[in-house]
Structures are given as C-alpha cells and as structure tokens.
Design a protein around this ligand. Structure first.
Ligand code: CUA
Length: 174
C-alpha cells in the first residue's frame, strides 16, 4: 500500500467517524427524552416550564383518592417548605434537585429519598396517623446542609381540604 492510498483510507475513516458524531447533536428533543427516559428533567428550567413550575408544587389530589406531592430540593431548602397530606391514603412523591445531590428523609419513619439533579425521584409513602414530621436533608450538600429541612403535616383524611391549585404549595394557616 502506498502512502497516497493510506492517506485516502485514513481520511475516509475519519469522515465516516465524524458523521455519527455530528448527527448526535441533531437528535430532536422527543427522541432524546425517549433515550434518556421519562424520569429526566432539565435542572436549569425547573422554574420556567414543565412539571415542577411553582404552582404545580405541593400536594395534588388524584381522582382515585390518593395524592401526588411534587417538590424541588435546592441548596439549602426544600420547596415547598411545608407539605400537607391526608392520613391513610397513598402519597406519590415526585422530587428533583436544582443543583446538588440531596436526601429527603422523614423523621420517625424509614423513608429516605435520594434526590439528584436532572432526575425525578419517585417514592410511594403512606402515613396511617395524623402527625407532624420534620423532613431534614441527610446527604451532605454544602455549607447550609444542616439547616435544610421541610415539614410534613398529616391531617385526618376527612379534614384534608379540597386544595385549590394556589393552596397546594404549603400548609397555609394550619
Ligand atoms: Cu441538601 Cu444536605
């Protein structure tokens, strides 16, 4: 093989390698989301669009009587800072991080949910009795880690109010 042929061969290989590399960036968003899975979420646009916009956070009642709780963890707080749920019904938790790795724990229970940026962590919770629980972060996430906490208030099922969307985000005057 002479040098000219070798050079042509190497150039051809190089060009062939570049084609898939350049095509990767042309993958459109739905396909990219399919490849990453439905649990992927962009940590930089949480507040702007999608499931975790502000008025979607907190407790939402589902048609079957269960509730869904959506939260964001960020240095150094959980949003919302106070969560209201009814006793004795399934609680579907969906939480993501805007920055570092956190861990949402519920004092007095075995629940611990690792929270990662760009990922929706899901957990199924249930609280048999009314009560109030502190929910501290248990993954060291920086200078304010030890003050990072939220509160969970479990109320009797019949006292759980029909929350309007603007009331979902917290415990209001309770
Ligand atoms: Cu968040 Cu420690």
């Amino acid at each position: 093989m002479n040098w000219r042929k070798l050079r042509t061969f190497l150039l051809t290989v190089l060009v062939l390698c570049l084609i898939p590399a350049s095509r990767y960036y042309q993958i459109d968003l739905p396909l990219l989301q399919f490849l990453r899975g439905s649990r992927h979420v962009d940590p930089f646009s949480l507040h702007l669009s999608g499931e975790f916009v502000e008025n979607n956070l907190g407790t939402e009642q589902d048609p079957d009587g269960s509730v869904t709780v959506r939260m964001i963890a960020q240095q150094y707080l959980f949003i919302p800072h106070c969560i209201l749920v009814p006793a004795g019904v399934p609680v579907h938790l969906r939480i993501t991080s805007a920055d570092a790795v956190h861990s949402l724990t519920i004092n007095g229970t075995d629940y611990a949910v690792k929270v990662l940026p760009a990922t929706i962590s899901e957990a199924q919770l249930q609280f048999p009795r009314p009560g109030e629980y502190k929910m501290p972060c248990r993954e060291f996430c920086g200078a304010g880690h030890y003050a990072m906490r939220s509160v969970l208030k479990v109320v009797p099922r019949e006292q759980f109010p029909a929350l309007r969307p603007e009331e979902r985000g917290g415990c209001a005057a309770r």
